[in-house]
Design a protein around this ligand. Sequence first.
Ligand SMILES: NC(=O)c1ccc[n+]([C@@H]2O[C@H](COP(=O)([O-])OP(=O)(O)OC[C@H]3O[C@@H](n4cnc5c(N)ncnc54)[C@H](OP(=O)(O)O)[C@@H]3O)[C@@H](O)[C@H]2O)c1
Length: 312
Amino acid sequence: MITPHHAVTGAFGYSGKYITQRLLDRGETVMTLTNSVHRANPFGDRIAVSPFHFDEPDKLAQSLEGVKVLYNTYWVRFNSRWFQHNEAVRQTLTLFAAAKRAGVERIVHVSITNPSIDSPLDYFRGKAELEQALIDSGLSYAILRPTVLFGKEDILINNIAWTLRHLPVFGVFGDGQYRLQPIYVEDLAALAVESGQRRQNEIIQAIGPETFTYRELAQAIGRRIGVERPIISLPPELGYWAGWLLGQLVNDVMITREEIKGLMADLLYVDAPPAGRTRLTDWVQAHADTLGRRYTSELARRRDRLSAYASN
Ligand SMILES: NC(=O)c1ccc[n+]([C@@H]2O[C@H](COP(=O)([O-])OP(=O)(O)OC[C@H]3O[C@@H](n4cnc5c(N)ncnc54)[C@H](OP(=O)(O)O)[C@@H]3O)[C@@H](O)[C@H]2O)c1
């Protein structure tokens, strides 16, 4: 196989899969770095596959030789006994250093809205540390800062729909007035691939065209899937325990205290023009028959490294 010019982390996962497909559609050559080398995927032998080799930086650098652009989606969603943000930060720093050694020209890095080095939340602080490290690396970079993604393999939007379908009421944490600006995964992938063509340093607020409060988001989804439930305010700690209980039933971590704090601190909102065009409301309407029929589990994706991500 000829040396690929593009490396995408997690091509058999969620956003990485869409980025990879777009690159292939443009006729580009692609390799992936992944923890799940044998996961079912639509690419077959059209892409090269390599494990991350985080503990063998030389091997990692070797696997990136000849690559011009690295698209990095690697991250862990929450701290748990199986994986930690600080570990993901350390591993990503190893990845950036290996990319530099291998002569990669540009890194397109997927981050989050409102990262902050002073944040008490490991997610937002870890993302800020990585952004700073990339800026200081001397490599050309594009940093994409999405809020929540939506698309067929999505978790949050699907599981809001699942909860609406299965419970007689829908609970929001506190007043539910904190905001989100969901972006369609295809729009994020388009931004990533476009910014991979450029060489100027840039930070893009990768937000969608609609802004919802959390309460409005639940209402909008419910209306479109035809399951309108009363939306009730819960004290955040009670909401956490309700999520914990549901998580026990589906063998997953449904939501963490940190995620609730991030939501309630309005960290999934930025005052910026939209970068994505697809409206969540239109997409939910188009997928009203299937959205939320099945629960989507984060932990199932980590336990089972052979099956493709479940899609709704
Ligand atoms: N999904 C969202 O709603 C959302 C919202 C805002 C920001 N983001 C950001 O977007 C980026 C991509 O998110 P995504 O949802 O598209 O991720 P994803 O495809 O599920 O995962 C991306 C990569 O991280 C690896 N990974 C994820 N969790 C892991 C764990 N617990 N242990 C080990 N490896 C793990 C995956 O491993 P494999 O190689 O095994 O697949 C894959 O290589 C992330 O940086 C995330 O912070 C996502």
